[in-house]
Write a protein that binds this ligand. Structure first.
Ligand code: SF4
Ligand code: SF4
Length: 289
């Protein structure tokens, strides 16, 4: 029996499906700090993901984004893509470590095409983990096979020059390459533009009310208030496989303001690529916890 439909609130801007929290890379600047999570390696079968995602009723401009960790480490990665119903648009965030030849054999490129100002497969380039030539070769292979694919790199101070050089090289090969600012701390300094003062990297935690515009789904289909809660193993607010689950678009009490994750608080582009968006809205910031 299929589960009842779940309608995404009009305000929602992102659907993040963390197929798994593991990654086969080990980047210094990774902000997916899953340390201390005892269920980091936990996976559920691909068919359960398909059942859960197929109950979502989204809009054509709001895709389901398969991500991680590294989403392709899920053993059913390709079959999840193939079994999500055609009405759902799909995006993928990957470090491109997977076998592109097998991927191109098993997945039809038309399944991952939709109208949007950015590619549906977004490959992050991490120079300390993958050779630039190999990365470009894999991008070109998938592009030639008909996939919508673009790259991005993080402008971390240690690799910034190399990223910009690789961007130039990619653009000469007609590969879309975008850059992202580095978020987090480097040499004691916090980088990134955050919407609310003292919300990130602050020693003091305060109370507040917070509501998100994202559906954050963890590896066992648990739904979280925000990235902070997922990464730190805080309690979930529901599970997408629960027949009774529905999205409650409301402000929730929180006492972690100050220790928010940069992913939730950064000022960024929305799905239309307009800059100035922040995933969460926060009000009534109060005293120390
Ligand atoms: S590839 Fe991404 S998720 Fe994996 S370690 Fe690097 S930054 Fe983190
Ligand atoms: S205030 Fe920060 S930690 Fe609390 S729910 Fe919002 S984003 Fe998450």
């Amino acid at each position: 029996m299929s589960l009842k439909k779940i309608y995404l609130p009009e305000r929602f801007n992102y659907i993040a499906c963390f197929l798994n929290l593991n990654c086969n890379f080990n980047c210094d600047y990774c902000i997916n700090l899953f340390d201390g999570l005892d269920n980091k390696g936990h996976l559920i079968p691909g068919n359960d993901w398909v059942k859960a995602l197929n109950r979502l009723v989204s809009r054509s401009d709001l895709p389901i984004t398969l991500q991680g960790g590294e989403p392709s480490l899920h053993p059913d990665f390709n079959s999840i893509i193939n079994k999500i119903h055609n009405g759902q648009n799909i995006d993928i965030l990957t470090n491109l470590s997977f076998d592109v030849e097998i991927f191109a054999k098993e997945v039809n490129p038309s399944r991952l095409k939709r109208k949007a100002p950015y590619a549906s497969i977004r490959a992050s380039y991490h120079p300390q983990q993958i050779n630039a030539d190999l990365f470009i070769e894999k991008m070109l292979y998938l592009k030639k096979a008909g996939f919508s694919i673009g790259a991005y790199g993080v402008l971390h101070p240690l690799i910034k020059d190399h990223i910009l050089k690789t961007k130039k090289k990619c653009e000469q090969l007609r590969i879309d390459f975008r850059v992202k600012e580095f978020l987090g701390e480097y040499r004691g300094e916090l980088s990134g533009l955050y919407k609310y003062e003292d919300s990130v990297g602050c020693k003091t935690k305060r109370t507040c009310k917070c509501r998100t515009s994202e559906l954050i789904i963890g590896p066992d289909c648990n739904v979280y208030r925000c990235h902070h809660d997922l990464y730190k193993g805080f309690p979930h607010i529901g599970n997408l496989l629960d027949p009774e689950f529905d999205i409650e678009d409301k402000f929730r009490d929180c006492d972690q303001y100050g220790d928010c994750n940069p992913c939730d608080l950064k000022v960024k582009t929305n799905r239309f690529q307009n800059f100035g968006h922040c995933s969460v809205e926060i009000k009534d910031v109060g005293g120390e916890k």
